[in-house]
Design a protein around this ligand. Sequence first.
Ligand code: ADP
Length: 477
Amino acid sequence: MKTVLSVASEVAPLIKTGGLADVTGALPGAMRPEGWRLVTLLPGYPAVMKALKSPRVVRRERACFGGGAQVLAGRAAGLDLLVLDAPHLYERAGSIYLGPDGKDWPDNAERFAALSWVAARLAAEGFEDVKPQVLHAHDWQGGLAPVYLGAMKGGRDVGTLLTVHNIAFHGLAPASKLAALKLPKDGFTPDGFEYWGKISALKGGLIAADRISTVSPTYARELMTPEFGMGLDGVLRQRAGDLTGILNGIDEDLWNPAADPEIVPYRTPAGKAKNRRALLREFGLEDGAGPLCVVVSRLTEQKGLDLLLGALDVLAARGGRLALLGSGSPDLETAWREAAARLPGVAVRIGYDEALAHRMMGGADAILVPSRFEPCGLTQLYGLRYGAVPLVADTGGLADTVIDANAAAMAMGVATGVKFAPVEADPLRFALSRLCDLHADRKTFTTLQRNAMKQPVGWAASAPQYAALYDRIGGRV
Ligand code: ADP
C-alpha cells in the first residue's frame, strides 16, 4: 500500500484544540479505502505518550533541538502513529501551545521545528521498512518539513504537500534562531522563508512544498487576496497553479444523530424535540416563541462573536434563545458572561466540553457561525447533520457548505441555512431576523432542517480529491 507520512501538532481524539485535529484524526480512516495508508507523526505530549500502545523505538536522535529524543511507533485510537518522544520539548502540563502565562511557549519555534525536522528525516530515510511516497505537512507547525526535506539526501524522492488550515498563524521566529533551527542561511531571503526580517515556518513551507492545499475552494481563492492572505497572499498568488481547495469532512460515526450516546437518537427533525427540552433545561433557559440557537466556538476575533453580542436584542425581540459554549480571549469571555447575566434568553458555558457540544447540536434549532474568516469550519457541518440550521457568514468554507434559504433555493428544495455578508453588525441583525421568520413558519423550517440533514458532510467527496493529489505528488517517485 502507498504510504503518506502526515505531520501535525494535534490529532483528534488524542490531542485537540480545534478543527485541525478533527481533520488529521479523520483523514487516515477516510484515505484507507482510496489505497493510501497514513502514518501520523505527532509530538509526544503527555496525553499522547499515555495513549500509545506497545510502542517500538524506530529512531534515536541524540541532539534534537536541545536534548535527546526518540521516535516511537505504535497505535492509539485506531491510528498508525509515530511519536516524537522529546521530554525537553513536550513533557509539559497545560496547553500544547501556551505557557501558564497565557502566552506562546518561548521555545515554540524549536518545538515544532524539531517535529518538522524529524518528519523530514523519516520521509527521506524511511522507517521500519516503509518508504513514504508523500510527506503531508499541516499548518506552520509542519511548515518547515518540506524545507528540511529539500536539503536532505534522499529527500527529493518524496513528494510534499502542505495543507493550510488557518493562514492566521505563521510560526514566526527571530533571525537569531537560524542556526538553532538547523535552517540553511541561504534560504533566509524574500524568496525563501524570510518574512520581514524574521523566519516564517509557514512561508517556508508554502514555497518549498510541491503542492499546497487548503480546506475549502472559497478559502483557496480568498488566500490569494490581501484581505484574507494575512501578508502571504503574494506568495500564494505566485503558487496559484499548485494551490487546491478541498473541503473538510466530518467523522460521520462520531457525529451521528441516529447513534449519538450524548442525546436521544433521532433521524428526523421531529426527533429533536426531547433533546431541545433537555438542552434548555441544561442551560437553565425557559422556552420562547423563537429559535433555540447555539454557538460552539473558540472565542477569538476571527469568530465574529463580538458582532453577535451586539445583535442579541434581535433574537430577544422574537423570543429566540441562545446557548453559547466557548473559551478563549478573556475579554470575550467576560463580555459573554455579562450578556448572560443581563439577558434572560442567553446562557453561557465558558470552557471546552466535547460531550456538551454534541448535546447542543442535538437540541438546537440553529447554529450561529458569524466568522470574519473561516477556512472551512466544522461546527456548521455538525449543525447540518443534526438538523441545527446554520446561520453563517458568507466566507471561506461556510460559503461552500451552506445554501442560503432564498426564494429560488427554497423553491428548488435545496436550501439548508442562512448566509450573510459583509460580516458586519447590520447584515448579521438582518440574518437573525430572517432566521426567526423562517422558524416562525413550522413547515418551512422543518423543510430546511430536512434538507440540511440530507446534505453529505462526510469524506465521500473529498477523499478521492486528496487521493488524486497524493497520486500526482507521489508520482514523482
Ligand atoms: P477552529 O479550528 O478555527 O477552532 P473549526 O470549526 O474548524 O474551528 O473547528 C472547531 C472544532 O473545535 C469543532 O470540532 C468544535 O466542535 C470544537 N470546539 C470549539 N470550541 C469548543 C468548546 N468550547 N467545546 C467543545 N468543542 C469545541
